[in-house]
Design a protein around this ligand. Structure first.
Ligand code: GRG
Length: 303
């Protein structure tokens, strides 16, 4: 795909930065502030979505689309949509009713910079905008493909996916979960959205079920590795590195992969998951090199 932000030989860091730049430009265009008193909710949406995040999910969308040579315009719409959903989840997760966090992406959280009610509305606005973006003809010329993207993202983000995972996470504050239950929680809370990102290129390309299931297998292992790395950062990282408070899981007495397995075994498990994730990509040969590097990145990252 010649118009993608990277070509053969581009390093992973350059590709991630390129994807972030394109995603930010798309978000900037999609969240335009109108005239009128409602402008405040758009300002809060921009504050949350354009804050400096890694843009890993948009990267995965673009890398997945690249496997099939689909157009950049459509892939970018999907990349922006998933970042809108992710940003909404962070805004709501930080609210006093949930994690009650003051710091996100190195800045005051949305409800601190604005106010709680505005942050609730900003999250709602981001979530609904994501589906407006997917339903737009710019996303794909075929309405059936747009419909499938809408339906697949809705399942990943909703009560059978991320929202369900967040519900279990809240319950876990007062109940000790075993490793199986924690794995399921994280598959829903973090893994479902990552799985959508990885599969989206195949949906845009109307690819075969064999190819889609390979990408889902990759995403499944990648999502768990990502979460173990997140748990390790909560124990070993600093707020300066991660841009969010650390030590929260331990303080809340929450069961995590690290609290159950210990640091050493958790790290070994993450390594194993990365090897498993990469093995799912064999059928794509060299075309999947950036996805292979992404798997390494999720466990080596410090943010
Ligand atoms: C409120 C419905 C609802 C869901 C919230 C995603 C989530 C569910 C909560 C975020 C809290 C958290 C620390 C989850 C663990 C993994 C995760 C999603 C981390 C944040 O994602 P990154 O590291 O963040 O990709 P950036 O800022 O780089 O985009």
């Amino acid at each position: 795909m010649s118009d993608h932000p990277w070509s053969t030989g581009t390093s992973f860091a350059e590709a991630l930065a390129g994807a972030a730049k394109l995603t930010d430009a798309a978000l900037d265009r999609l969240i335009a502030v109108p005239q009128g008193l409602e402008a405040r909710v758009f300002e809060a949406m921009r504050y949350a979505a354009l804050a400096p995040g890694k843009r890993l999910r948009p990267f995965l969308v673009l890398a997945s689309a690249r496997l099939f040579g689909v157009s950049e315009r459509g892939a970018l719409q999907v990349a922006a949509a998933i970042e809108l959903v992710h940003s909404y989840s962070l805004v709501h997760d930080d609210l006093p009713a949930m994690d009650d966090s003051d710091l996100r992406r190195g800045r005051p959280t949305c409800h601190k910079a604005f106010d709680e009610a505005t942050a609730v509305l900003a999250g709602d606005g981001l979530l609904t905008l994501a589906f407006e973006v997917l339903a737009h003809p710019d996303t794909h010329g075929d309405a059936a493909v747009r419909c499938e993207l809408v339906s697949t993202l809705a399942q990943a983000a909703g009560a059978s996916g991320m929202v369900g995972g967040q519900m279990i996470d809240l319950i876990a504050e007062n109940r000790s979960l075993d490793i199986g239950a924690i794995t399921r929680l994280q598959r829903l809370k973090t893994g479902a959205l990552i799985a959508f990102a990885c599969e989206s290129g195949a949906i845009l390309a109307k690819a075969s079920t064999e190819v889609r299931s390979a990408l889902r297998g990759y995403a499944h292992d990648l999502g768990l590795a990502f979460q173990i790395a997140d748990d390790l950062l909560d124990v070993e990282g600093s707020a300066g590195e991660t841009g969010k408070p650390v030590g929260q899981d331990v303080a809340a007495g929450k069961a995590t992969f690290v609290s159950i397995l210990g640091v050493e075994r958790a790290r070994n498990q993450a390594e194993l998951l990365v090897r498993q994730a990469v093995a799912h990509l064999d059928l794509f040969e060299k075309r999947a090199d950036l996805l292979r590097q992404a798997a390494r990145f999720v466990i080596d990252r410090r943010t």
